[in-house]
Write a protein that binds this ligand. Sequence first.
Ligand code: 5GP
Ligand code: ZN
Length: 114
Amino acid sequence: MTDCIFCKIINGEIPSDKVYEDDKILAFNDVDPQSPTHILVIPKEHIESLNHLDENNIDIIKEIYIKIKEIAKEQGLSDRGYRVVTNCGKEGGQTVGHLHFHLLGGRNLQWPPG
Ligand code: 5GP
Ligand code: ZN
């Protein structure tokens, strides 16, 4: 997936401010933060969107959510609260076609979103 910017971040072609990395997951600060903490957590496997999850690749979601919880704790958000968002498709606001989870926190987050 050479034209995917998140795959380029994974392979180091595009620099990023990494928060966490292992063999299957990468977390890095969003370049355009919408809250004091705005971290993107992504699978290293290129999965285009939530629509492309199935029984063959769903196991990574369990690991990603465990990691999000751990990162939230490291960021001091466990007790304050935080939000995890996955945009899917055009009307869902997805602009990068590589499945990702926004971890947002550090301020009172508006609900419902716009
Ligand atoms: P989406 O709109 O697809 O849900 O979220 C994509 C996110 O990726 C946006 O919040 C955007 O700011 C972020 N983003 C896009 N390009 C880059 C980049 O090159 N580096 C980083 N760190 N974030 C990016
Ligand atoms: Zn990708």
